[in-house]
Each structure stands twice: as structure tokens, then as C-alpha cells.
Design a protein around this ligand. Structure first.
Ligand SMILES: N[C@@H](CCC(=O)N[C@@H](CS)C(=O)NCC(=O)O)C(=O)O
Length: 325
């Protein structure tokens, strides 16, 4: 676990001392967009046209942020457009690595051993965290973007004219509702579980847990009266919540101490999680061994023995009956 400082890898944990025990997530730094014709997107520079075979995605199957991008690649059927490498679930002294193991897919594009080498290939003097997902341009040999919320927006529409599957998960008419849900879900749930788990003061932890469960309550109430978070149609807001809910009982409940309730205690959220898990192509993006192995083995300041718990036993394939909502 570490970061790059002026292009040099430095092994150190998150600094929570300067923020009263609170975990504060830093902003991703590569913010260019793939667009149909290569014109610039909402941020960054242009020159990244949606061409088959040109891009590569580096992911961890454990990571909820990277998982979103894999789901969009699957549901938009972009497998032949965008190739993928999968890191080893253990994130230790060198950060993310391609150390061979079950489910790891080596870096056949840049032949890197460590993800931090991709960051310095793109920017030799890079200073900052080395995170996944990373969307890589094989042509310009650089990082297009390392912010998952933007990568899913690109995958949602940039390749539509080039043969991606139909489906718009950020439809114009629902953007306001989607943005509103995303803001709540990001701050209090997606990042909320990390704020609880990485807190190093009792007060910071308790605040994060309270805010997390209040937000889960708000989402539960929505899902008891409508099928999806923004209404009757499935949108990116749903996928963004899904990757956190999927990890909730196996990891966040125990490892991050988010244990006021389990996911399975919320009928709406639990049925919703099963429905999204069963959506065509999605189950194949889920690897529970990488998920549990990563968190319980990598965060040694939280779980010093590195023991990965055997349970819980959860059947994401069980019938959901969400069509009745
Ligand atoms: N804002 C980023 C966050 C990505 C992120 O934090 N990924 C984690 C894995 S779940 C990571 O790579 N952490 C390494 C680190 O912080 O050093 C995104 O959504 O893409």
C-alpha cells in the first residue's frame, strides 16, 4: 500500500492524522474522455476516438469502483472493443500487482509488474495514489482516465455508433434524479463504507456508520415503492449502488464494521441486489474470492492476521420477484 511521489513508489498507508481520524479520498487525476469522434469531453483533452481494439482496462475484481467499469463493458457488449487486465487481489507493499494467481490476467499491453508502472509510463513525475480502474490508450500509450464514474459514462455512449449494445443508462430525461441519487449514494454508501472502515477515531467511525445506514434507509424506501433508484428504468445510479451492496455482507459488515444491519435485512435492497446480479453478463464479473481476499488480506492494520472468513453463505441467484414492484 503506498503512493507515487515525483514518480517514485513510496510505501505508506493513508494519512488520517491530519483529518481527525477521517478517511478523505483524493481526486483522480487523469480525466480525458473517449468520444465518438475524438473531440474533447467534459474534462481533459481530446484525441481519444472510440475505435475498436484501441483501449485497455486495468481492473481489480475486488474493487467496487473498478467493478462498475467491468459491468458497463459487459452490458454494453464491449468485450471486443476494450481488452482487460486483472490485478492480483492482494494489495501490499508494491500496491496493485500482476503477480500470477487464480483469476489474475497479466498485462499483455505494457508488460507491467505493478500498476504504478502504468502511471509513470503515462506521466513520469506523477505524484498521487495509484488506483484502479485505469483506462489505457494503446495508441497514444497513456492513461485516458482513472475515474470510474467518468469511465462508465463513456462506455455508456461513446461506442454506440461503433457497434456497442443498445441501452442508455444515463437518459436525458432522468439525469436530474440520477445525479441526485448518485450524490447521496457516493458520499454516504460507496465512500461511506470506506469512511467507516478506514476511520482511525471512534467519532469518525460512528459518524460514518450513522450516515451510511441513514442513506441505506433512504434507498430502501425508494426500492420498496419503485423497481429502480431513478424510477421504472435501470440506470447508472443502480449499477453504482450495486457494487457496494454486493460486497456488503461478505466484507463491509465485518471487515469495515458496518454492522447495524446486514444487506439481507433490507427486503428492497436485497431483492434489488439479486436482480442486478442476475442481469445478463453481470454474474461473470463477480469474483467473491478476489473480493474477500483483497479486503481481509490487504488491510493488515484492520485485520493483522490476514485470515479471510469462511462465510457468510449468500445466494445471489435466488429468485427476486422485483418485477412485481
Ligand atoms: N475515484 C476512483 C477511486 C478508485 C479507488 O480508490 N480504487 C481503489 C481500489 S477499490 C484503489 O485502487 N486504491 C489504491 C489506493 O488508494 O492506493 C474511482 O472511482 O475510479
Amino acid at each position: 500500500m503506498g503512493l507515487l511521489i515525483d514518480g517514485q513508489w513510496t510505501d505508506q498507508w493513508y494519512d488520517t492524522k491530519s483529518t481527525g481520524g477521517r478517511f478523505v479520498r483524493s481526486e483522480a487525476q487523469f480525466r480525458n474522455w473517449i468520444t465518438p469522434d475524438g473531440s474533447a469531453g467534459p474534462s481533459g483533452e481530446g484525441g481519444f476516438a472510440a475505435e475498436p481494439g484501441r483501449y485497455h482496462l486495468y481492473v481489480s475484481l475486488a474493487c467496487p469502483w473498478a467493478h462498475r467499469t467491468l459491468i458497463f463493458r459487459a452490458i454494453k457488449q464491449l468485450d471486443s472493443f476494450i481488452s482487460v487486465s486483472v490485478v492480483n487481489p492482494l494489495m501490499a507493499h508494491h500496491g496493485w500487482t500482476f503477480e500470477p494467481d487464480e483469476g489474475v490476467v497479466a498485462d499483455h499491453v505494457n508488460h507491467a509488474s505493478y500498476v504504478h508502472q502504468l502511471y509513470t509510463l503515462a506521466q513520469p513525475g506523477y505524484t498521487g495514489r495509484v488506483t484502479v480502474p485505469v483506462l489505457w490508450d494503446k495508441q497514444r500509450r497513456t492513461i485516458v482516465n482513472n475515474e470510474s464514474s467518468e469511465i462508465i459514462r463513456m462506455l455508456n455512449s461513446a461506442f454506440d455508433g461503433a457497434g456497442a449494445a443498445a441501452g442508455d443508462y444515463y437518459p436525458t430525461g432522468l439525469r436530474e434524479q440520477i445525479d441526485e441519487v448518485n450524490a447521496d449514494v457516493y458520499a454516504n454508501i460507496n465512500n461511506g463504507v470506506y469512511r467507516a472502515g478506514f476511520a482511525t477515531s471512534q467519532e469518525a467511525y460512528e459518524q460514518a456508520v450513522q450516515e451510511l445506514f441513514q442513506a441505506l434507509g433512504r434507498m430502501e424506501r425508494r426500492l420498496l415503492k419503485q423497481r429502480y433508484l431513478a424510477g421504472a428504468v435501470l440506470t447508472e445510479a443502480d449499477w453504482r449502488l450495486f457494487t457496494t451492496l454486493l460486497r456488503f455482507d461478505p466484507v463491509y459488515y465485518g471487515h469495515f464494521k458496518c454492522n447495524l444491519k446486514r444487506l439481507v435485512d433490507f427486503p428492497g435492497l436485497w431483492g434489488f441486489t439479486r436482480e442486478l446480479y442476475q442481469y445478463p453478463g453481470v454474474a461473470a464479473t463477480v469474483n467473491m474470492d478476489h473480493i474477500k481476499g483483497h479486503y481481509y488480506r490487504s488491510h493488515t492494520q484492520i485485520n493483522p492476521t490476514g485470515i479471510v472468513p469462511a462465510g457468510p453463505v449468500i445466494d445471489f441467484s435466488a429468485q427476486h420477484q422485483r418485477e412485481l414492484v
